[in-house]
Design a binder for this molecule. Structure first.
Ligand code: BJW
Length: 231
């Protein structure tokens, strides 16, 4: 009797490119500067300490912008894929928007944090947060310390790394969508997955810093490439 083939394990990584056609700016494209600042200079613990108002304003503006955008065909296709995928499935996003969840994705890790969440600088409690942080009261949990954006700054450890690395080590297929491959550790995921024996596919508008590591790269807008790959 032939042995049954086990269901394939899939890990998908997404970046800012998947939300670009929903109207959210990417970081390193032509519209990637915010009031003259690069993300590498705003998104650091040092910047928060030196100019707290600037950093809070940056994230307050982006949190408000979430109310004006909606998931696109690429987010929707990934949610459909998860619903019918027969094996282990994990969607890891570097994005701090909530468009994957609003499209229906559930096996989802926000490795760089979330705009609609606040982190206490004292007790490190996280709580859902939809308003501005610039004028937020002290942390409701400990009543003492200040709240900051629940965002992984440069030099800080991305969230859920052990779970992500375990999924990559067991993956049969790794797919990267709309990310430049400029920021680690996410930029190294393709090499971890390939070393574990996974097939690797990149879907991006243009060739990225990591393209050479993928077995296959398909170029085009995510709203076309992702539904075409999923169906
Ligand atoms: C489309 C499209 C369409 C457009 N359709 N596609 C030297 C060497 C190596 C590493 C380091 C180094 N010095 C420091 C480091 C580490 C550092 C790092 O990587 N720095 C680099 C700048 C070199 N990393 C860190 O500090 C991280 N922590 C860390 O490493 O901890 C230690 C550790 C050790 C061991 C294991 C684990 C950890 C933390 C990184 C935090 C990143 N934070 C940010 C901001 C927070 C979130 C936010 O404000 O939104 O995360 S930076 C920013 O870049 C954001 C993104 O998630 C991230 C990646 O950007 P992404 O998504 O790729 O966007 P873009 O704009 O770069 O690219 C968009 C792509 O889409 C492009 O390719 C377009 O072509 C494409 N596209 N339209 C399809 N319609």
């Amino acid at each position: 009797m032939a042995a049954e083939t086990p269901p394939q394990s899939l890990v998908v990584l997404t970046g800012a490119g998947i939300s670009a056609e929903s109207g959210l700016a990417t970081f390193r494209g032509p519209d990637g500067l915010w009031e003259g600042h690069r993300i590498e200079t705003i998104c650091t613990p040092e910047a928060l300490a030196a100019d707290r108002a600037l950093v809070l304003d940056f994230y307050d503006q982006r949190r408000r912008a979430l109310a004006t955008v909606a998931p696109n065909a690429a987010h929707a296709a990934l949610a459909r894929l998860e619903a019918c995928w027969p094996g282990p499935f994990l969607l890891v996003t570097q994005n701090v928007d909530d468009l994957h969840a609003r499209a229906g994705s559930r096996q989802l890790i926000h490795m760089h944090g979330a705009l609609r969440s606040a982190l206490c600088e004292g007790c490190e409690t996280r709580q859902p947060w939809t308003g501005d942080l610039a004028d937020a009261p002290a942390c409701p949990a400990c009543g003492a310390a200040r709240l900051r954006p629940d965002i992984v700054f440069f030099g800080e450890m991305p969230y859920h790394m052990a779970e992500i690395e375990a999924a990559l080590e067991g993956a049969d297929l790794f797919v990267s969508i709309g990310t430049s491959g400029a920021v680690y550790p996410a930029a190294g995921f393709v090499r971890l997955a390939a070393a574990a024996g996974a097939a690797t596919l990149e879907l991006n508008l243009e060739a990225s810093a990591g393209s050479a590591w993928f077995e296959e790269t398909r170029l085009g807008p995510a709203t076309q490439l992702v539904p075409a790959w999923v169906e």
